[in-house]
Design a protein around this ligand. Sequence first.
Ligand SMILES: C[S@@+](CC[C@H](N)C(=O)[O-])C[C@H]1O[C@@H](n2cnc3c(N)ncnc32)[C@H](O)[C@@H]1O
Length: 227
Amino acid sequence: MIPLDPEKLGDKIDFDLIFGRPGSIHVEIGSGKGSFLLSQASQNPHINYIGIEWARKYYRFCIDRFGRRELQNVRMIRADASVFVSRMIPDSSISCFHIYFPDPWPKTRHHKRRFLSEGNIPFLHRCLVPNGTIRFVTDDAKYFDSSRVLFRTNSCCWDVVDFSPLPGTPFGEFVGTNYERKYRQEGRPVFAMEIRKRAWIGIHEYSPRRVLLNPSLESSDKIFRQS
Ligand SMILES: C[S@@+](CC[C@H](N)C(=O)[O-])C[C@H]1O[C@@H](n2cnc3c(N)ncnc32)[C@H](O)[C@@H]1O
């Protein structure tokens, strides 16, 4: 079954149970119409994928789309990703979080609603396996810069590494999602970053340093920028 009912998952999700087999787990936050999961799950049948999508319309769209392709290695959950990640994912269980074009919440007073925030990053760290990664792509330069500062401020726990498109990604794109295609057609710049959890940091040793974000920071890091 592709849809997962959060009410029936217990305190912490048992991935082996819901997929009926062991395997590395990739989680996409905010799957939208599911283009990334469809492409990656088809190409990597040995990987187990979970999509978390809050909008009922897109959640159902994904279930229908994956069902028609008879994908065995994808599950969809309709949940608030912050709640799901903080409460339901076991420690050191996720190989990769994919976060593509998350809502940028551009107004300063709404920044706390961004998924990549001081509140959520420690939970992502807890959930990742050692050397597990977060792949983040956005068109929002300020969101990109502030996230990079959050990770670099805690460089004891994270390495910011070069981002490479995964095999099967359409030429000239980072991830091949609907928003990436739309924004590139509009000529917007797109920024990408990959962050790796340092292997030697224990789950309970992560005590994040608080960050005062510098609003004058610029997205000047050409390695990660593609227009
Ligand atoms: C801008 S769209 C990007 C969709 C897709 N990743 C793409 O690149 O085409 C953001 C998606 O995240 C979903 N979303 C926003 N907040 C969420 C949350 N707290 N939990 C789960 N999904 C969320 C929205 O419903 C929407 O589908």
